[in-house]
Write a protein that binds this ligand. Structure first.
Ligand SMILES: [Zn+2]
Length: 124
């Protein structure tokens, strides 16, 4: 890793942005957890009352949609945590595959990017 490092000002900017995104993701996660609890209770009631409750399939669909969204938010949060950890240990902004600098433009578009544009193209 001999490429020039990001300026401290840029790093601080990305760190602030990642922290803001983490707070936002945690907020959404908390909201989903509440919503999931409500759906879970509603589902339990429906099953207990009537096996053929017309709302049953709707509940199940809502349930799986929420589960999918929740998984997305959790994955996003994990990516943000990884990025913040890389800022802490000084490896942020370097491709985890080849060690090249990831362009600031790419990080602006996707602050959690772990691969440079070339590696991202080859890996996918
Ligand atoms: Zn790379």
């Amino acid at each position: 890793m001999t490429a020039t490092t990001m300026t401290p000002a840029q790093l601080t900017r990305f760190e602030a942005r990642l922290r803001a995104e983490r707070a936002d993701a945690e907020q959404r996660l908390a909201e989903f957890d509440d919503a999931m609890t409500e759906v879970r209770i509603a589902r339990t009631d429906a099953t207990a009352d009537d096996e053929h409750d017309p709302e049953g399939p709707t509940m199940t669909q809502e349930w799986s949609q929420r589960t999918a969204v929740l998984a997305d938010v959790r994955a996003e949060l994990a990516d943000i945590e990884h990025a913040l950890a890389r800022i802490a240990d000084g490896t942020y902004g370097f491709c985890t595959n080849c060690g090249s600098r990831i362009t600031v433009a790419r990080l602006d578009a996707r602050p959690t990017a772990e691969l440079c544009i070339d590696c991202a193209r080859h890996v996918r």
